[in-house]
Design a protein. Structure first.
Length: 130
């Protein structure tokens, strides 16, 4: 459907314009909305804001209260409570450019706490039913 293409293209351009890039190290900086960059003290305030203020739904990952960019580097162990996935139906992990494998939040957390250097790609899929 053409309308779907237009909407998806607009959303992708918006997300590219506000993407966090540059390979900066992830750090705790408060809770930050990935759409408008508003900051919140707690997760509950952030999630209430996300669901009330942003109607365009897409799956995304939050680490340390913000959405990581494609080239961000995690240099410290990530506790489970600092990891969240929003609006997703399926979750796949690719490690060191391997094939994406269906995974769980727990497995992702364990991977981030293992010492070592690795390239981790997260593939979140939303079936658009919510």
């Amino acid at each position: 459907m053409t309308l779907g293409w237009i909407k998806e293209d607009i959303e992708e351009r918006f997300l590219e314009a506000f993407a966090v890039t540059g390979g900066e190290a992830m750090e705790v900086r408060g809770r930050e909305c990935p759409f408008c960059r508003a900051r919140f003290e707690g997760f509950s305030d952030l999630y209430a804001h996300l669901h009330l203020s942003h109607s365009a739904r897409r799956p995304f990952l939050m680490l340390f209260g913000r959405e990581p960019g494609k080239e961000d580097v995690v240099r410290q162990p990530v506790p489970d409570f600092e990891i969240d996935f929003v609006d997703y139906d399926e979750f796949h992990l690719s490690v060191d450019q391997g094939e994406p494998v269906q995974s769980t939040r727990k497995q992702f957390g364990q991977l981030l706490r293992k010492p070592g250097v690795r390239l981790v790609e997260v593939h979140l899929v939303s079936h658009g039913n919510g």
